[in-house]
Write a protein that binds this ligand. Structure first.
Ligand SMILES: O=C(O)c1ccccc1N[C@@H]1O[C@H](COP(=O)(O)O)[C@@H](O)[C@H]1O
Length: 223
């Protein structure tokens, strides 16, 4: 089963629509420059309304480990998603969130060895791969190129625990899952009508498409 994370939740009704449709995790963006930014207080109020068994993830770009720890504890977040190369393996060890997801964006000079090295030094095994765009930390709506996707996700020891992100939409997520076979998929702008405004129809269509990809994968395995 491919796990599904919808990122950039700013409203209770968006969170509940995603939960009702079968999402596994919701992301709350604490980067002030994002069109999807929420304050820790607002995220905490949304999280308090969620049904059980939905994982909550905080997105962090510029925050210090101490700030991340404070926000995670205030909002009762399950995971901190670390979106910057400034979160080195050493620095990540100071993050005390129950779980950590480290983001890698395959840009110029990227190597899978760098990811392996981070994994062994930090002890963090949950990773998210997002498209690289210079000057933007995430939420770009851009996809990882075919060659880089193949290079990352053919390494099954990484892929089995990795989330795939970057420009995923209801229309392209089936192909993305069938070619990369990630642990999970993540989308922010792909389920919006405009930057920061979630579209409930697109959320439902995205989740239905992931279930369809799982059915196709199961059918291929059974034959
Ligand atoms: O969504 C944002 O605005 C954002 C800002 C800063 C860091 C990360 C952000 N979002 C993350 O970006 C990826 C991909 O987004 P998209 O689907 O291409 O729009 C996703 O992991 C979000 O969590």
């Amino acid at each position: 089963m491919t796990r599904i994370k919808i990122c950039g939740i700013t409203k209770v009704d968006d969170a509940l629509a995603a939960a009702e449709a079968g999402v596994h995790a919701l992301g709350f963006n604490f980067s002030p420059s994002s069109p999807r930014a929420v304050t820790p207080e607002k995220a905490g109020r949304i999280i308090a309304e969620l049904p059980p068994f939905i994982s909550t993830v905080g997105i962090f770009v510029e925050h210090s480990p101490e700030e991340i720890n404070r926000i995670c504890s205030l909002c009762r977040l399950h995971y901190a998603q670390l979106h910057s190369d400034a979160y080195t393996a050493e620095r990540s060890r100071n993050v005390r969130a129950p779980g950590i997801i480290r983001v890698f964006r395959p840009g110029p000079g990227f190597s899978i060895e760098e990811v392996e090295e981070y994994r062994s030094k930090s002890g963090i095994s949950s990773m998210l791969f997002d498209a690289y765009k210079q000057g933007q930390a995430g939420g770009t709506g851009e996809r990882i190129g075919k060659r880089k996707l193949e290079m990352i996700f053919s390494n099954r020891s990484i892929a089995q625990r990795a989330l795939l992100a970057g420009g995923l939409t209801p229309d392209n997520v089936v192909d993305a899952i069938l070619s990369a076979r990630p642990y999970g998929v993540d989308t922010a702008s792909g389920v919006e009508s405009s930057p920061g405004r979630k579209d409930h129809e697109k959320i439902r269509a995205f989740i239905t498409a992931v279930h369809e990809a799982d059915r196709l994968q199961d059918a291929t395995r059974d034959t």
